[in-house]
Design a protein around this ligand. Structure first.
Ligand SMILES: NC(=O)c1ccc[n+]([C@@H]2O[C@H](COP(=O)([O-])OP(=O)(O)OC[C@H]3O[C@@H](n4cnc5c(N)ncnc54)[C@H](O)[C@@H]3O)[C@@H](O)[C@H]2O)c1
Length: 354
């Protein structure tokens, strides 16, 4: 709440969001001021309960706060897959209150942070937490989107045998074409040594899965939220013993004697057990965020969800080339004419998939 509170009872002019929590507070707070009943619903997780209680308290202590905040808010830029998904859902339902820029789907964000970032920081988190040898292990990666692709490649590069789970036939086929075995979590339980969730969805690893996992299996999440793993059900299970090995690493011993390790309490393993992505990756993401914030402030869009232009996306990449000693080839006039594009870009059509 502190991040959303400025002197004189003011709120922010712009929100740089990462996961959609700040946007959720503003939108749910606003809705709760119109209809208090929306805050009286049963929470489906501890985190949701905290949000609902916080908003109920603010309704009493600062009535009308969220309407004031929305009045001064020029927009939101959001950088995660899940946060962006929520923005589009709000737009569809007619509930979005301010313009928003989807930074996640800039190529220089999703193909860098989600893919190359997680390719390094997943292993960093697992190693710092457990010191386990990854080579020779069976790693089950749930979800083969950008994050899952990075995780799978990373684990394979260490010498692990990687199994993918997917719901999307295109991603499942991609995984198969990369040589990964694709099956369900249920079918992987008796061989998986390390389970990684990377879906942005909920209930991917259920309590029943954990009860059937091999002894000493490691379970972690690099997706969005701790509900990818059923942490609430796990910690509420009668007869389960929790042994804290060190901060962010817990061993859970089931009544039958077998144990599993949960990293970062089911929250993001690369943040909880390591220090997130390398700064070079974040520089790409934050360059997008910065350009989005300037764009929102200067251009005062109508309510909607926008993407950064391809020119700006290319600009973010261009800004990072020198550091890596990358030398670009320049198009000749004839080549540009031949391809029907401007010499200065953009070099690809909007629908191009990198
Ligand atoms: N930890 C980090 O540093 C980090 C970085 C970037 C993104 N993220 C988060 O990671 C999550 C995934 O991001 P992404 O960009 O890869 O998204 P994505 O949409 O590209 O990939 C998610 C994949 O999960 C699959 N999926 C959904 N439900 C599933 C299920 N029940 N079983 C198996 N697969 C399922 C989807 O089909 C999709 O292919 C998001 O929540 C995102 O916010 C985390």
């Amino acid at each position: 709440m502190q991040a959303l509170s400025f002197p004189g009872g003011k709120g922010p002019n712009l929100i740089v969001d990462d996961g959609g929590d700040a946007s959720l507070l503003v939108h749910l707070g606003f809705k709760g001021e119109n209809d208090p009943k929306v805050l009286d619903v049963k929470a489906s997780s501890n985190e949701e309960a905290i949000i609902l209680n916080t908003l109920k308290e603010i309704r009493k202590s600062e009535p009308g706060k969220w309407h004031d905040v929305v009045r001064d808010l020029a927009g939101i830029s959001e950088e995660t897959t899940t946060g962006v998904h929520r923005l589009y859902q709000m737009l569809e339902k007619g509930e979005l209150l301010v313009p928003a820029i989807n930074v996640n789907d800039s190529v220089t964000k999703s193909k860098f942070d989600n893919l190359y970032g997680c390719r390094e920081s997943l292993a960093d988190g697992i190693k710092r937490a457990t010191d386990v040898m990854i080579a020779g292990k069976v790693v089950v990666v749930c979800g083969y989107g950008d994050v899952g692709k990075g995780c799978a490649k990373s684990m394979r590069s260490y010498g692990a045998r990687v199994i993918i789970t997917e719901i999307d036939p295109i991603c499942a086929l991609q995984a198969s074409m990369e040589g990964f075995e694709v099956k369900t979590v249920e079918d992987s339980l008796d061989e998986g040594n390390i389970f990684v969730t990377a879906t942005g969805n909920r209930d991917i690893i259920t309590l029943e899965h954990m009860m059937r996992m091999k002894d000493q299996a490691i379970v972690c999440n690099i997706g969005h939220f701790d509900n990818e793993i059923q942490m609430d059900r796990l910690t509420g299970m009668p007869g389960l013993e929790r042994v804290n090995i060190k901060p962010q690493v817990d061993k859970y011993v089931f009544p039958d004697g077998h144990a599993i390790f949960i990293l970062a309490e089911g929250r993001l393993v690369n943040l909880g057990c390591a220090t997130g992505h390398p700064s070079f990756v974040m520089s790409n993401s934050f360059s997008n965020q910065t350009l989005a914030q300037i764009d929102l402030w200067r251009n005062r869009y109508k309510v909607g969800v926008y993407r950064l232009s391809k020119q700006l996306d290319e600009e973010v990449a261009r800004l990072h080339l020198d550091q890596l000693g990358v030398k670009l080839t320049k198009l000749t006039e004839e080549q540009a004419l031949y391809l029907g594009i401007d010499k200065a870009g953009p070099y690809k059509p909007e629908h191009y998939r990198y």
